[in-house]
Design a protein around this ligand. Structure first.
Ligand SMILES: Cc1cc2nc3c(=O)[nH]c(=O)nc-3n(C[C@H](O)[C@H](O)[C@H](O)COP(=O)(O)OP(=O)(O)OC[C@H]3O[C@@H](n4cnc5c(N)ncnc54)[C@H](O)[C@@H]3O)c2cc1C
Length: 103
């Protein structure tokens, strides 16, 4: 779903991941953002279901605009985010993708 969303955002968008996602085998280690992964500084960083432990934050906290989607409003990344969306990614992201496709 995130790969599909990145495609909808356009050719400059790409997917990164937390270590939990890499450890789960969902994505290759080369995409890990954080202390033991990549440091990134995009114009927009959208974190979907990422808690925001310090080891992740050090790799992305300098991004210009941070959007977080998390069902836990108290997750650390929700406090750092410029835009914090409280909700289930499996509901929020399909709605967002539908909206992008319509426009
Ligand atoms: C030495 C060391 C180095 C590390 N290096 C890194 C690193 O480089 N990068 C890194 O990322 N981590 C690193 N870590 C691990 C780090 O401490 C965290 O364990 C990791 O970042 C947690 O990943 P996560 O937020 O995806 O998973 P979790 O901590 O499991 O959090 C999942 C989050 O998703 C939310 N969520 C779950 N399901 C949904 C849903 N359906 N809809 C919306 N929200 C949902 C939950 O509320 C929660 O906030 C390192 C740890 C150590 C000790």
């Amino acid at each position: 779903m995130l790969e599909e969303l990145a495609k909808l955002f356009g050719p400059t968008a790409t997917t990164g991941a937390s270590r939990a996602a890499v450890d789960a085998g969902w994505i290759d280690y080369a995409h890990q953002v954080g202390q033991t992964g990549q440091t990134v500084q995009p114009k927009v960083y959208m974190a979907c279901g990422v808690s925001g432990q310090i080891q992740h934050l050090v790799g992305m906290q300098s991004s210009d605009i941070i959007i977080a989607v998390n069902k836990d409003p108290h997750a650390p990344l929700m406090k750092l985010a410029d835009y914090a969306v409280v909700g289930d990614v499996f509901e929020i992201l399909p709605a967002m993708m539908d909206e992008i496709r319509r426009t």
